[in-house]
Design a protein around this ligand. Structure first.
Ligand code: 2AM
Length: 489
């Protein structure tokens, strides 16, 4: 008789840890791996003494599972996922569920949901965040896909996930690839948070001439306030960590950032959606610029910046300003991330659970923070909140932060310390709150050189400038009247 509650394919560390986690929560897990010797090794070592069962073929795996069968794939994203789906399908029956917990790109999950639905099978693409540690003790889980699957996997997922504030860090995200989409945005936001923290470190180090240990103490203080988060906490620990010679280890690390591509995916998705997610974009580009180490060394010798001047102001005040700058910039980054999700949801016809998404990120994952509770509260207050900046709590918070934020960005510019993330956050903020932007001039230029036409500003209409029409003006008195579009004034 089939006794398995859920099967898992892929016995790398993430897979093994997720199995042990689900086993701890009382579920009977059947483990399989392409290289079946890993099944034996797992049962003899890590899973020894647990209820975990092994399977040495896909057929055996499926025969050991209670119906509807549930199988999680934790294998390399891409072809391996499709290969396993193809192998599973002949051994499954309508209503069975295939879950991809890997780092898949959301368009693949959109496609797989549709393909499996046509075969009567239910596909779930789930973001899994929190690394090996999260998988073992409670990750943030972001499942999306065929909604019929959710009632069958809900208990396992919500028990296996991290718990924060008495609630599981897992809820149904939305249809098709929505789970992997939200995981992608999570990773983009993670890029932004890390870049902001690194810029704050740079300002404290190069601007205020503080030591790593002094900076760590500042981060520890910040971690007791609005910035309380996993990333601020580990940053303080990193800065306190000395090498054997007593020097901070961080100062010996090559300043060339790597990336695996999920931040880039978010930036590309933002460009595709026409959504101004500037901070994540800058965070990705900052990593790209850091990668030009050799060129930067040459440039540092050839190109002069402002002369170094000791800070003459009130250091304590400036450090408080920096805390506010970090908080405000982080708020802009999350505002942009949620804007992107809203825009995509509209385009894809998805209904996303924004308060739920914020809650899912409160524990188990890299961006977990106190701040996310305030975000979930804002969306619970108003489910269709257009922007976090319209929420009273955040509106007041950013008003308070504004003076310090501006002082920090201005000072960094004077020092010549790069703050792409802080600066773009402020530029976005100033753009967002501007009723009039210079896009009027831009439209005039487009019409001047390319006859691309423009629309009239409400209140400025006249015979020539008619409302609702695409207007072309003969700016030079030369050339024709033919516009690149339809209407000619
Ligand atoms: P393996 O142990 O047989 O290599 C992480 O790499 C996990 O993904 C491992 O369980 C690995 O299986 C699996 N994996 C990687 N590439 C794969 C492929 N092309 N087909 C099947 N499984 C693959």
């Amino acid at each position: 008789m089939a006794t398995g509650d859920i099967g898992l394919i892929g016995l790398a560390v993430m897979g093994q840890n997720l199995i042990l986690n689900m086993n701890d929560k009382g579920f009977n897990v059947v483990a399989f791996n392409r290289t079946t010797s890993k099944v034996d090794a797992f049962l003899e070592n890590e899973a020894k003494g647990t209820n975990v069962q092994g399977a040495w073929s896909i057929e055996e795996l499926c025969s050991k599972l209670k119906r509807p069968r549930k199988v999680i794939l934790l294998v390399k994203a891409g072809d391996a996922v499709d290969a396993f789906i193809e192998q599973l399908v002949p051994h499954m029956e309508p209503g069975d569920i295939i879950i991809d917990g890997g780092n898949s790109h959301f368009p693949d999950s959109n496609r797989r949901t549709k393909e499996l639905s046509a075969k009567g099978l239910l596909f779930v693409g789930s973001g899994v965040s929190g690394g090996e540690e999260g998988a073992r003790h409670g990750p943030s889980l972001m499942p999306g896909g065929n909604p019929e699957a959710w009632p069958h996997i809900k208990e396992i997922f919500q028990k296996a996930s991290a718990q924060a504030y008495g609630e599981p860090c897992c809820d149904w995200v939305g249809p098709e690839g929505a789970g992997h989409y939200v995981k992608m945005v999570h990773n983009g936001i993670e890029y932004g948070d890390m870049q902001l923290i690194s810029e704050a470190y740079d300002i404290l180090k190069r601007g205020l001439d503080l030591s790593e240990s002094e900076i760590a103490d500042i981060f520890l203080t910040w971690n007791k306030g609005v910035l309380d988060s996993f990333l601020i906490d580990i940053t303080a620990n990193i800065l306190k960590f000395n090498d054997d010679d007593g020097q901070p280890l961080v100062t010996k690390i090559l300043d060339q950032a790597g990336q695996k591509g999920t931040g880039k995916w978010t930036a590309i998705a933002a460009l595709d959606a026409g959504s101004p997610v500037t901070l994540i974009g800058e965070a990705v580009f900052a990593r790209c610029l850091s990668a030009l180490k050799e060129e930067r060394i040459r440039a540092s010798k050839a190109i002069a910046g402002p002369a170094k001047e000791a800070f003459k102001g009130d250091k304590k005040q400036f450090i408080d300003d920096l805390e506010q700058a970090l908080y405000a910039s982080k708020l802009i980054s999350y505002t942009q991330g949620f804007m992107l999700m809203r825009e995509t949801a509209k385009e894809m016809n998805w209904e996303l659970n924004y308060a739920g998404i914020a809650k899912m990120w409160r524990g188990g994952c890299i961006i977990k923070s106190v701040f996310l509770s305030d975000i979930s509260k804002a969306f619970l207050k108003k489910l269709d909140l257009e922007s976090l900046l319209f929420d009273d709590f955040f509106n007041k918070a950013i008003e308070n932060a504004q003076p310090g934020w501006r002082r920090v960005v201005a000072q960094a510019v004077l020092w010549g310390i790069p703050t792409p993330a802080f600066s773009t956050a402020l530029a976005f903020f100033d753009g967002y709150r501007s009723e009039i932007l210079p896009a009027n001039l831009l439209q005039a230029q487009r019409d001047y050189f390319g006859a691309h036409t423009f629309r009239v500003l409400p209140g400025k209409e006249n015979d020539k400038l008619q409302p609702g029409k695409d207007i072309h003006i003969n700016w030079t008195g030369r050339g024709g009247n033919v516009s690149a579009s339809t209407y000619i004034a």
